[in-house]
Design a protein around this ligand. Structure first.
Ligand code: IPD
Ligand code: CA
Ligand code: CA
Length: 266
């Protein structure tokens, strides 16, 4: 295991411990609003702090991009952190949330971990070395048709600009005879579950880099493909993502294509 994965896993576990502990006391949490349907709790903040402290101790010169505290400058290594992905679930006591930590070097994803503290599942990947769930190697599914596929997604709930387009996409995914669409509520875990072969594919519009940086590497290292809506590489800029095994990814792009307007071309 790469030393950076060891450190990132340590940081993710420390944050996960905080999340499990506070889960028993949700009623007394201090919560503030960042915008429409966008909440941040003391758990998000405490989780981010322990992650940053752990990473900084090992790598004082690295740069950081973290959801709650923003950007801090450093050398060519940059940690991308979502301390608690699935805050809405968390605040409602729904046990589907995760910690996501990725490392990018000169813009290339090198390492990533997504930790599910409820199931004690540590998903990890290093570029060129494959993806793991705890000690087990991961592989995307080899399903070749949308018929029978389980597809994860995220339903827009903050930014509703593309809601009608999204609903048309959803309709086409459903009528492609998929076995079902799932909206669990943590994009980081959705990607990890594609890597683990639990989902055949996943798509969501308007994500942020910290939602998918680690997850995208997991999917690729598990043999899958991640792209923007047009099949290109621009998802770090647009936040529009499609992931799946190679065949399913192609079929999903074909299904989404008729709905791409000027703003959603990537
Ligand atoms: C959210 C989750 C959710 C996705 C949202 C994200 P947060 O992250 O990943 O599944 O649909 O777009 O913002 O706010 O809970 O860290
Ligand atoms: Ca998130
Ligand atoms: Ca978050």
């Amino acid at each position: 295991m790469h030393p950076m994965i060891t450190i990132a896993s340590r940081a993710a576990r420390a944050a996960g411990n905080i999340q499990r502990r506070y889960l028993e006391h949700l009623d007394s949490l201090t919560i503030s609003s960042k915008g429409d349907n966008d909440f941040v709790s003391e758990v998000d903040k405490a989780s981010e702090q322990v992650i940053i402290d752990t990473l900084r101790k090992a790598y004082p010169d690295h740069a950081i991009l973290a959801e709650e505290s923003g950007v801090s400058a450093g050398n060519e290594f940059q940690w991308i952190i979502d301390p608690l992905d699935g805050t809405t679930n968390y605040l409602h006591g729904i046990p589907q949330f995760a910690v996501s930590i990725a490392l990018r070097r000169k813009g290339v994803l090198e390492h990533g971990v997504v930790f599910d503290p409820v199931r004690d599942e540590m998903f990890s990947a290093s570029r060129g070395s494959g993806a793991m769930l705890n000690d087990r190697r991961l592989r995307v599914t080899n399903r070749k048709t949308l018929k029978g596929a389980i597809i994860g997604t995220g339903i827009p709930f903050r930014d509703r600009r593309h809601l009608d387009t999204y609903l048309a996409m959803l309709r086409d995914m459903i009528t492609a005879d998929t076995a079902g669409i799932r909206r669990p509520g943590s994009a980081a875990l959705d990607f990890a579950w594609v890597a683990a072969g639990r989902f055949d594919g996943f798509w969501e519009l308007g994500l942020k880099p910290w939602d998918f940086a680690a997850g995208a590497l997991l999917v690729k290292e598990a043999g899958g493909v991640v792209s923007d809506l047009a099949g290109g590489d621009d998802y770090f800029n647009t936040g529009n993502t499609v992931a799946g095994n190679i065949r399913l990814h192609t079929l999903m792009l074909q299904t989404l294509k008729p709905h791409l307007n000027e703003q959603l071309k990537a």
